[in-house]
Design a protein around this ligand. Structure first.
Ligand SMILES: Nc1ncnc2c1ncn2[C@@H]1O[C@H](COP(=O)(O)OP(=O)(O)OP(=O)(O)O)[C@@H](O)[C@H]1O
Length: 277
């Protein structure tokens, strides 16, 4: 027997985490959206954050990107406590993180090439010719060679995701965040995007964090999966261990069963019958 916490594979001591979230709690006004969330992401791993709609995945992602301060708890990224960073230091740290936003979030008035060049223009002193070469390289890596001059509206769904990934890796980030990378795509295109994410990880040695509610995609790419339900982490573990997890809420999510709130049978009966009994 090991001394591991239930449903959690411990982090080997040698692997200092790239991301470390400890006891993170977040409120939107009166509503608690994340409750005592703890999570470590190891260098080079693909961590998938999975949960039903409204479970708090995006909120957790905003914390990891330093866009939202914790109500309590800490978020450390690449050895920086996000809450303690000055704005310039946060900007510097963000240059080491690439984000492929849900839906691509490409600027519609710019060509695809200009979209991908944008982070380089904003955060480097590289000359135009060098930036063009870098853009072309990144577009080749994501299989979009030759599409530099197209406008975002002229791209298919899969191409838009590829362009978003190219922009996310424009600065050679240490961590790549992908928000719902395969949502809205047909299964074949979605699985090509999954493969691309794994290829990018292999090519650039990045740590990858993917937020998704697509089970197939999560199982295909994750080294470990973090399952969130109503703001709480239910399990952080390998695909096999998540699949075998006995927790009913995890199994409900995997089997896509509708979550029915727990009810007290006596209170329920009383509500139905009122004063009749
Ligand atoms: N800015 C906000 N103000 C108030 N409540 C919010 C805000 N953003 C999200 N919420 C609420 O917080 C909860 C978690 O939302 P969040 O977007 O993090 O979930 P999610 O798992 O990413 O959902 P989805 O998969 O639908 O995007 C939801 O109940 C949502 O309505």
């Amino acid at each position: 027997m090991t001394d591991r916490a239930p449903h959690t594979t411990p982090l080997p001591v040698a692997d200092a985490p790239v991301i470390s979230v400890e006891h993170l709690t977040t409120h939107y006004g009166e509503m608690r959206v994340l409750n005592d969330v703890s999570l470590s992401v190891r260098p080079g791993e693909v961590m998938v954050i999975m949960g039903a709609s409204g479970s708090g995945k995006s909120t957790l992602l905003y914390h990891l990107l330093g866009l939202l301060p914790p109500t309590s708890g800490t978020v450390r990224i690449l050895d920086n406590d996000i809450a303690e960073l000055s704005q310039p230091d946060l900007t510097k740290l963000r240059c080491r993180m690439g984000v492929a936003f849900q839906g691509g979030a490409l600027f519609s008035s710019m060509t695809v090439g200009e979209n991908i060049m944008l982070p380089l223009q904003e955060h480097t002193d590289l000359d135009e010719a060098t930036m063009r070469i870098m853009v072309r390289m990144k577009m080749e890596v994501v299989n979009l060679a030759g599409a530099e001059e197209r406008m975002p509206a002229q791209l298919s769904g899969g191409m838009t995701k590829r362009a978003a990934l190219a922009r996310a890796i424009a600065m050679d980030p240490s961590i790549l965040f992908c928000d719902e990378p395969s949502a809205g795509l047909d299964p074949i295109v979605a699985s090509a995007i999954d493969r691309l994410i794994l290829d990018l990880r292999a090519a650039f040695g990045m740590t990858v964090v993917v937020v998704t509610h697509e089970l197939e995609s999560a199982f295909a790419i994750a080294d470990r999966i973090c399952v969130i339900d109503r703001g709480e982490v239910l399990i952080v573990d390998t695909v096999d261990n998540v699949r075998a997890c006995p927790d009913r809420r995890v199994q409900d999510l995997l089997n896509r069963r509708v979550q029915v709130p727990e009810i007290d049978p006596d209170a329920y009966l009383e509500r139905l019958t009122g004063d009749l009994l």
